[in-house]
Design a binder for this molecule. Structure first.
Ligand code: GLY
Length: 370
């Protein structure tokens, strides 16, 4: 029997497994296609300040704590794996396209200032000086020097290497269920027929966390997002641009040598993976309004995946109502950003039995009706 079986080999599952193995625990991760879920679709924005939302101050604190850990985390993953993770520290601009969009930007700016966050209000000219690829038609912007990005796919590759180097067993099989005996989780049932007995099971299956036999009902639902990947964007943008275009959100995130991710739709359609003409049109239309040079790029990939949404947009961390089952799921829009802090907090629980205070607001207990 091993100490910890992690269901799910996305960024969250790998991060928990890595940190748990570093604490001396024997760990296996089970996934039939690791890194092909939300981790593959994520744009990799590390942007707690530009994404700050009213009423989500506890989530903001967790996101800021994770952002603070990112430089050391990225360096450690790169050293352990010998692979780059594509951390970009060029900052983030938020731009508004019409007068209503700029009013929304001003409201966001007021809120960010109330919270004491570092953000600078820019005129259209100042905004374009920072990113000359932006349209001259934009009406204003905000600069957040501290909001960055990472290449989610590169990070997943590197984290896989780090996890293997730390002695974690990667089991290429589909998780068929959580095994329960005597009222507690005792391991994972594998679709291939085998079983993996473990002292503790960690649920890190993202949007699929609520559909697994043996798992008590959880407030996690799939929130579909369509994204586009472009090539040929070298020099077009230096950092992330988020934009409000006639009240619609779009973001453009450069990655690698010449890549650009444009995202994302937000749709409540269950596990529908269809890339729609309307979704692609909306994203391309808004991206081109904001950065006209996008029109020249090669469209190399379209993809739809599911954010693991929760009722309050914050993750589920820590013990579940089933003894022996620990939650590391429900990261909704912030999975990449919350990867380092989730690994640290959940591994602390696994190694010591104590959940750190930073994670306390995010246990499933906050949903008493569940
Ligand atoms: N955080 C980006 C998204 O959810 O689309």
């Amino acid at each position: 029997m091993i100490d910890v079986a992690v269901a799910g080999g996305g960024l969250i599952g790998l991060s928990v497994a890595w940190r748990a193995a570093q604490r001396g625990l024997s760990v296996a991760v089970v996934d039939d296609a690791p890194g092909t879920g939300a981790s593959a679709a994520a744009a990799g924005m590390l942007a707690p300040v530009t994404e700050a939302a009213y009423g989500e101050e506890a989530l903001l604190r967790l996101c800021l704590a994770s952002l603070q850990r990112y430089p050391a985390f990225a360096a450690e993953v790169e050293a352990a794996s010998g692979l780059p993770v594509g951390l970009r520290t060029a900052g983030t601009l938020v731009v508004g396209f019409d007068a209503d969009d700029v009013r929304a930007l001003d409201a966001l700016h007021d809120y960010q200032q109330e919270l004491g966050l570092a953000v600078e209000r820019l005129t259209p000219r100042e905004t374009r000086r920072r990113e000359p690829g932006l349209t001259p038609r934009l009406r204003g912007g905000l600069a957040v020097e501290g909001d960055h990005s990472v290449d989610g796919r590169a990070l997943h590759r590197a984290l896989t290497g780090a996890v293997e180097a730390a002695g974690v067993r990667l089991v290429r099989d589909r998780v068929a269920g959580v095994q329960v005996s005597g009222g507690r989780a005792t391991g994972l049932a594998l679709a291939g027929g085998g079983e993996l007995a473990a002292g503790t099971v960690v649920l890190a299956l993202g949007a699929h966390s609520n559909t697994l036999p043996g798992v008590p009902p959880l407030p996690v639902r799939p929130v579909k997002g369509q994204i586009l990947r472009m090539a040929g964007a070298a020099g077009l943008l230096t950092g992330t641009v988020r934009a409000l275009v006639r009240s619609r959100h779009v973001y453009l995130v450069p990655y690698g040598e010449d890549g650009l991710i444009v995202g994302a739709t937000t749709e409540d359609r269950g596990f529908d993976a269809t890339v729609t003409a309307g979704g692609v049109h909306e994203l391309l239309h808004d991206a081109i309004e904001v950065v006209p040079g996008v029109t020249e790029l090669e469209l190399v990939e379209t993809l739809a995946r599911w954010r693991p949404g929760t009722d309050d947009n914050a993750p589920l961390l820590g013990p579940s109502t089933l003894p022996g089952l620990v939650l590391a799921t429900g990261h909704h829009r912030n999975g990449v950003l919350l990867t380092p802090v989730t690994g640290d907090l959940v591994a602390e629980l696994l190694a010591t039995g104590e959940l750190p205070g930073l994670a306390a607001p995010f246990t499933v207990e906050r949903f008493p009706h569940r």
